[in-house]
Design a protein around this ligand. Structure first.
Ligand code: NAD
Length: 247
């Protein structure tokens, strides 16, 4: 397989990890569609030559997400869209769990169901979900986020077994703290709640990684390009940590 002509879709592809993934897949020769909510960011990604086209969809809108993907012959699906609200467990009501599960997990189910029959029919497919190190271990104050990412890892491991003989692989990437707005906005929110300096909170994030730094978006994107390629055909059902050795 060469990447040329392979159709890739990246959810939440207008910024952060998703945009870096779109750019890297485009550079590798894939024809990339970025899908998300924020139209200006999606337009900017296409204008920069980092994707071929964009589609505006909220991934929690089941019908719209399924319909937008159903019309494409998707070879590589990157389930990246996600949110990371935090709260102590006793202040985490069911609405928080439902919101995180809808964005981080149910969208993976809906998008994967929309593209999988076509992949199986063509005998090739790559489902790659950006889970998190929070899909492999626990952290305080993020029970809902951790539960949603553990769910993505569980789905990945199970579906990989189910489709193992079809030419489709299903894998998850599990980054530690990555240098994106999601992490910096999170630090700002914690600072506002606790009165601590945002820089001190970011410094704590660095300490989780034995390499003492945040992960770069390109380090996640490189793993996606590898998983999307022919040489990763035997990699299936994995939850690969990209965390500097934290797990
Ligand atoms: P980000 O906030 O920069 O980007 C998230 C993207 O998802 C945005 O483009 C946003 O518009 C999109 N999105 C969110 N809700 C959506 C919805 N309902 N419909 C459509 N699009 C929606 O965050 P990021 O850091 O780039 O994170 C990307 C993924 O990586 C997420 O799933 C996140 O959980 C995961 N992740 C991030 C880190 C980190 O430290 N940044 C670590 C591990 C895993």
């Amino acid at each position: 397989m060469t990447a040329a002509g392979k159709q890739a879709v990246v959810t939440g592809g207008g910024r952060g990890i998703g945009r870096a993934v779109a750019a890297a897949l485009t550079r590798a020769g894939h024809e990339v569609t970025v899908l998300g909510r924020a139209v200006p960011a999606l337009e900017a990604t296409v204008a920069a030559g980092e994707a071929a086209r964009w589609i505006s969809v909220d991934v929690t809108d089941e019908a719209a997400l399924a319909e937008s993907l159903g019309g494409l012959d998707v070879d590589v699906l990157v389930n990246n869209a996600g949110i990371a609200d935090s709260a102590p467990f006793v202040k985490s009501d069911l609405a928080l769990y439902r919101r995180l599960m809808a964005v981080n997990f149910e969208s993976v189910v809906v998008a994967t169901r929309a593209v999988l029959p076509g992949m199986i029919g063509r005998g090739f497919g790559r489902i790659i979900s950006i889970a998190s190190i929070a899909g492999l271990k626990g952290y305080p104050y993020v029970t809902a986020y951790c539960a949603s990412k553990h769910a993505v890892v569980g789905l990945t491991r199970s579906l990989a077994q189910e489709v193992a003989r079809t030419g489709v692989t299903v894998n998850a990437l599990c980054p530690g703290y990555v240098d994106t707005d999601l992490v910096h906005d999170g630090a700002a929110r914690i600072a506002a709640k606790t009165g601590r300096a945002a820089e001190d909170i970011t410094a704590d994030f660095h300490k989780h990684n034995p390499q003492g730094r945040l992960i770069r978006v390109e380090e996640v994107a490189g793993a996606v390009v590898w998983l999307a390629g022919a040489d990763a055909a035997a990699v299936n059902g994995q939850a690969i940590a990209i965390d500097g050795g934290e797990t």
